[in-house]
Design a protein around this ligand. Structure first.
Ligand SMILES: [Zn+2]
Length: 252
């Protein structure tokens, strides 16, 4: 949840007064504090050195002012940041796709955010390449650890016939005829496996032939499902996905 204004929309100008991009107030303050820029009215800073290029000049999204509102319904409060490309994938992208790229982070109100995440989660799950037997194995292990933990901590509250049943279940899980109290405690203290691990998402990214296409697919999916009416000016499914593509777009 964001508790303060999200977009400060401070304009960053070249020494010649050309709009290079929009900045957060915090970032603008950093330039001022380091003597790299001087204030230009209330909502702009002007660089005091000759930059290597004109920043995002030429790309509407990065030079336009953005509103603090849900991009779907326009609500101005209860906002949080949404990664159009799910973070579980994006975090495994090459740096060129992650540096200085906030095009794919948009603001959503809680209601719209929750609504889309349900749909996105089912898509993410459909992309998983975890073999069914491996997933079943993780579930069995997790269940056995939970049963062992229950036996180890709440045995005085469990009916006798249920205790017998649970011990038998654990014996079968461990491939034994019977299970000792020590074995139950050992199992109860075992680290619980995640049903899905970070490696499972990484494997999907590693196998991608076309990261740019993957990024655009998620943007289009978000647009198709949510039909956002308040996307920032210049936001586009076809916007550059990487720094390299961005540089080409602005003519570097
Ligand atoms: Zn909304």
């Amino acid at each position: 949840m964001l508790t303060s204004t999200h977009y400060s929309n401070i304009r960053m100008l070249s020494p010649d007064g050309i709009l290079m991009c929009r900045l957060s107030a915090r970032r603008a303050r950093w330039y001022l504090d380091h003597g790299l820029a001087s204030p230009e009215g209330e909502d702009a800073i002007r660089l005091t050195f000759e930059p290597n290029g004109l920043g995002a000049n030429g790309h509407t999204f990065y030079t336009s002012a953005h509103e603090d509102q849900c991009v779907v319904c326009g609500r101005p409060d209860a906002l949080s940041r949404h990664h159009c490309v799910p973070y579980c994938f994006r975090r495994h992208f090459p740096d060129d796709y992650k540096v200085h790229n906030w095009h794919d982070i948009v603001l959503l109100c809680d209601e719209c955010h929750n609504g889309y995440e349900v749909v996105a989660q089912s898509v993410k799950n459909s992309l998983l390449k975890v073999p069914a037997d491996e997933l079943a194995g993780r579930k069995n292990t997790l269940r056995a650890i939970k049963v062992a933990h229950t036996l180890a901590t709440h045995i005085d509250r469990i009916p006798t016939d249920k205790i017998v049943e649970m011990r038998q279940y654990l014996a079968e899980f461990l491939g034994l005829d019977t299970v000792t109290d020590d074995q139950i405690v050992d199992l109860a203290l075992t680290d619980r496996p995640c049903l899905l691990s970070d490696d499972d998402w990484k494997r999907i990214v590693d196998d991608l032939d076309d990261i740019d296409g993957f990024v655009r697919w998620w943007r289009q999916h978000f647009v198709d499902i949510m039909e956002p009416r308040y996307l920032p000016t210049g936001w586009s499914v076809d916007s550059p996905a990487s720094r390299k593509e961005f540089d080409q777009c602005v003519g570097r």
